[in-house]
Design a protein around this ligand. Structure first.
Ligand SMILES: Nc1ncnc2c1ncn2[C@@H]1O[C@H](COP(=O)(O)OP(=O)(O)OP(=O)(O)O)[C@@H](O)[C@H]1O
Length: 249
């Protein structure tokens, strides 16, 4: 049977940013397909987080292009990029600790953006359904009424993923999603990412190589702002240059 090749959803080309003359990202290119789990690995300071900062508009590029569904992102504001369908999770969870799981998800629901409209919005069925569906996906269906600060570290990370999922992004970017998680939580997170990658692309930065092997459709290795190697995890982990600068350490 002939498989339809997936379209490219994100094309990054010649991306460069320099901070006082230091090129943290240097002529970097990447192509993420629809429904692909794409993982960037590499040593500390390689420029991985900066690539995500550039894609989500937190940092302005010095040169290069970032095309998302054919649309240039590098001239848009962070808000416009979110509206275009790019969600990004940072390393530290930014949930509301004094609100419940349900309320955190509710506040992230696209039509409840302002505090006032969230307070007075009738909890319409579509929103409630969407919250319950996301809560199920992030393993928190039984924790809807629990205040967020009582959740485990891993559950907080899942809640934040849920807060992004509820906005239904076509590209979800996650910076070290399993840092600090237990073995069981890592396994569940792999399952979660696999599931959410049907219907959207997921771009991940991660140092846990076992986790990367479990989830990655494609791996790209960064070193000193540049792309060092890419392909399947199987291929990349046998690349002597990758072993030399990263995996051998
Ligand atoms: N806003 C900034 N101003 C100046 N230098 C920066 C800025 N952001 C990042 N850098 C520098 O750019 C380099 C790349 O950092 P980055 O955080 O992207 O690396 P990383 O690959 O994500 O590393 P890690 O795995 O440790 O998270 C580092 O030397 C960092 O100090």
């Amino acid at each position: 049977m002939l498989m339809k090749t997936k379209d490219i959803i994100l094309a990054v080309e010649g991306l460069t940013v320099s901070f006082n003359g230091f090129k943290a990202v240097n002529d970097f290119s990447m192509y993420v397909d629809e429904e692909q789990i794409y993982v960037i690995i590499g040593p500390n300071g390689a420029g991985k987080t900066t690539v995500l900062d550039l894609i989500c508009g937190k940092t302005a590029a010095t040169a290069g292009s970032i095309k998302f569904k054919g649309r240039e992102l590098s001239k848009l504001s962070e808000n416009q990029i979110v509206h275009a369908g790019v969600g990004r999770k940072f390393q530290n969870p930014s949930i509301y600790e004094n609100l419940t799981v349900f309320e955190n998800l509710e506040l992230s629901y696209p039509q409840a953006r302002t505090a006032l409209s969230a307070l007075f919005a009738r909890r319409d069925q579509a929103m409630t359904d969407s919250i319950l569906d996301v809560a199920q996906q992030i393993f928190l269906a039984d924790f809807l009424d629990v205040q967020a600060d009582f959740l485990s570290h891993g559950q907080k990370q899942w809640l934040e993923i849920g807060m992004l999922l509820i906005q239904n992004p076509s590209l979800l970017m996650l910076d070290e999603p399993v840092a600090g998680m237990s073995v069981a939580e890592r396994r569940q997170t792999a399952e979660l990412l696999r599931r959410i990658a049907t219907g959207r692309s997921v771009l991940v930065i991660e140092h846990d190589m076992q986790f990367v092997e479990n989830i990655a459709d494609h791996v790209q290795v960064m070193h000193q702002g540049k792309s060092l190697s890419e392909g399947s995890m199987q291929k990349v982990k046998q690349d002597p240059r990758v072993i030399d600068v990263y995996l051998g350490h």
